[in-house]
Design a protein around this ligand. Structure first.
Ligand code: LER
Ligand code: MN
Length: 266
């Protein structure tokens, strides 16, 4: 397994679970200094991602994954929108990020953009539109030779997929799409985090490495050793990426994460 840390470039997401904020250079240099294997980027849109100034950083860092949540947070787009025009805009937003992410060698994450049911949109219908959109994005991922990551979220954020098992149903048959297992959401929704990981063997493409209170691992009360053991048992070799609050500050959250990673993983 490899370590990663999140960098948000979306000021509108202020207060969200990201370690470094609004400054690619500072995030990358700090991550490098602490010995992280990669960074995970949360960009406002594809064009910003394309024009990031990697040159001033010397060697470009490994990019573990790219988030698309700004599509919702900033642009109010969701992949289950019943309005065909808005759904197309949501798909295009993700597709444009997929193209640049693939040039960076990174998978693209669908988290908040899965949307949820509404008084005017029944749950079954929301699921159907989401599935249709995911089929198109899976197609794009195949064309790019890229992985698409689908992330179950806790009940306060969505009613599309709350558990890994529900995620597996939604992505069934999508050959380029894997699950993102976020330990914070799993702590709320799963009966047993290790058992759920074991049951999703072979389908996990990325892990958000967060404690029960969404702070760095060790700052909450997650029993993390059995989680790492389950990931080892299913042969997971991807990233453990710290998508956690910058508490008490960015540097201490990052340092706590990498120390936990070294203690638990390697
Ligand atoms: C995104 O990775 C996530 O976990 C959601 O809770 C949106 O912040
Ligand atoms: Mn997450």
């Amino acid at each position: 397994m490899r370590s990663a840390v999140t960098i948000s470039l979306v000021p509108e997401a202020a207060g969200g679970p990201f370690v470094y904020w609004n400054d690619l250079q500072k995030g990358v240099l700090s991550a490098r200094q602490l010995g992280f294997d990669a960074v995970e980027i949360f960009p406002p849109d594809a064009s910003t991602l394309r024009h990031l100034d990697w040159k001033s950083l010397g060697e470009r860092p490994n990019v573990a994954a790219v988030g698309t949540g700004a599509g919702w947070v900033k642009h109010r787009l969701v992949l289950c929108d019943a309005d065909a025009g808005k759904r197309t805009q949501a798909i295009e937003f993700v597709r444009s990020i997929q193209q640049i992410a693939s040039e960076l060698g990174a998978p693209t994450i669908i988290g908040s953009m899965q949307g949820r049911s509404l008084p005017t949109l029944a749950k079954d219908e929301a699921r159907k539109w989401l599935r249709d959109s995911l089929e198109e994005l899976n197609e794009e991922a195949r064309r790019l030779g890229q992985v698409l990551l689908f992330e179950p979220l806790n009940r306060y954020e969505t009613d599309q997929a709350n558990t890994l098992q529900e995620g597996l149903v939604i992505i069934d048959g999508l050959d380029q799409t894997k699950l993102l297992a976020d330990l914070f959401h799993m702590n709320i929704e799963e009966s047993s985090i290790p058992q759920s990981l074991l049951a999703a063997a072979g389908r996990i493409g990325h892990v958000h490495f967060a404690d029960t209170n969404r702070q760095a691992i060790g700052f909450g009360h997650l029993d993390v050793a059995p989680v790492i053991d389950a990931l080892n048992r299913i042969g997971y070799s991807g990233y453990l990426s710290a998508e956690v609050f910058a508490k008490p500050d960015s540097d201490r959250a990052a340092r706590q994460t990498i120390d936990a990673f070294h203690r638990l993983v390697r």
